[in-house]
Design a protein around this ligand. Structure first.
Ligand code: FDA
Length: 310
């Protein structure tokens, strides 16, 4: 309950233009803890740095609720530029995209622009042996995202495209089961958006319990699972579940956000688990940064202290 209230308060405050302007003007130094940089080159450098610790990378060009179709297509072009740059640098690219950023919900040439642009991105990633994960956004987008995921797996194969399910939504366990025929590569998260009680569990304990059920069900169905959380209790339980059910360490991976629990990321990698860090980069870092602050009061204190220092 407190978690929900805290998240709501932070996201509401963060949505105010005056706050956004103040943080944008003075906050880049603080945002760098969570964002690799503003250019593809800085993100690629972060990939190489993590590799030294045996940690894999997931690149994410920041940009949300981009307005015009031309901007969406430009955004997709920028993702493709990143794929080219990563490949040229000897990296097999693994990227995440938000379908809203590439035009989901906008029609062009009789087709959803998000789907058209996602195809272009996945086609290029596949050329390089890479992978594209479709991030999950706020609840009104879930139906369309899952439908487009199904289409894209049909066209490109499940080894080149995956998506995300959020344990805070009541609907998600059914959604997971409904995808089983695809043998999908799924990232399981708790969920980062401000959702109403009509669609999402208000109590953290319910979100956590649903999270465990989702991971266990997906593993037991023989599918590859991306266990994306910093929750040590859950990580520990997943390790035990895998051991108890004879699920090998290469049938799943732990995923965490860049700059968060680096100690845990390194320890898991050293223990032989697959670990991947989600590396955001780009100029549009403010909404991403706000959600990280909304996740824990510790991060809010970090920002307030930074702002006071000037
Ligand atoms: P929880 O919030 O319960 O935190 C568990 C513990 O982790 C806390 O006690 C704290 O110690 C630590 N922690 C968590 N967040 C922290 C932070 N920001 N800073 C410092 N410590 C922190 N969401 C979504 O809606 N759609 C998506 O596509 C994705 N994609 C995604 C990819 C990856 C790789 C990750 C790790 C997360 C996402 N998310 C997401 C975000 C996700 O929904 C969720 O908001 C965050 O992961 C925080 O929840 P935890 O599972 O870490 O647990």
């Amino acid at each position: 309950m407190i978690d929900q209230m805290y998240r709501k308060a932070v996201l509401t405050v963060a949505g105010q233009k005056a706050i956004e302007n103040a943080v944008r003007a003075r906050g880049w130094g603080m945002a760098q803890r969570f964002v690799a940089g503003e250019t593809p080159q800085t993100a690629i450098q972060a990939v190489h740095d993590l590799k030294k610790d045996g940690i894999m990378a997931n690149l994410d060009l920041l940009g949300e609720f981009i307005e015009s179709p031309a901007q969406c297509t430009q955004f997709a072009d920028n993702v493709i530029t990143m794929l080219d740059a990563a490949h040229a640098d000897g990296i097999t690219p693994y990227v995440s995209i938000k379908l809203s950023s590439v035009g989901q919900g906008k029609t062009e040439g009789g087709e959803d622009l998000g789907l058209t642009n996602a195809r272009r991105i996945i086609r290029r990633a596949r050329e390089y042996g890479g992978f594209v994960c479709l991030d999950m956004e706020d609840h009104p987008r879930v139906d369309q995202t899952l439908a487009q995921f199904r289409t894209l797996v049909g066209e490109f194969g499940g080894q080149h495209v995956g998506t995300v399910l959020q344990s805070y939504l009541y609907r998600t366990e059914k959604d997971r089961a409904s995808l089983d025929d695809l043998k999908p590569n799924l990232r399981i998260v708790k969920g980062a958006y401000l959702e109403p009680e009509t669609v999402a569990y208000p109590q953290k304990a319910d979100v956590d319990a649903a999270y465990r059920r989702l991971v266990y069900a997906h593993m037991s169905a023989g599918n590859y699972v991306n266990v994306a959380t910093h929750d040590e209790g859950i990580i520990h339980d997943v390790q035990l579940y895998a051991l108890a059910h004879g699920i090998s360490k290469d049938a799943f991976e732990f995923q965490m956000l860049y700059g968060i629990r680096r100690d845990l990321q390194r320890n898991l990698a050293a223990a032989g688990y697959r670990v991947r860090a989600y590396i955001p980069y780009g100029r549009d870092w403010y909404p991403y940064f706000s959600r990280r602050i909304a996740e824990t009061p510790r991060n809010a204190m970090f920002v307030i202290r930074g702002m006071l220092k000037g």
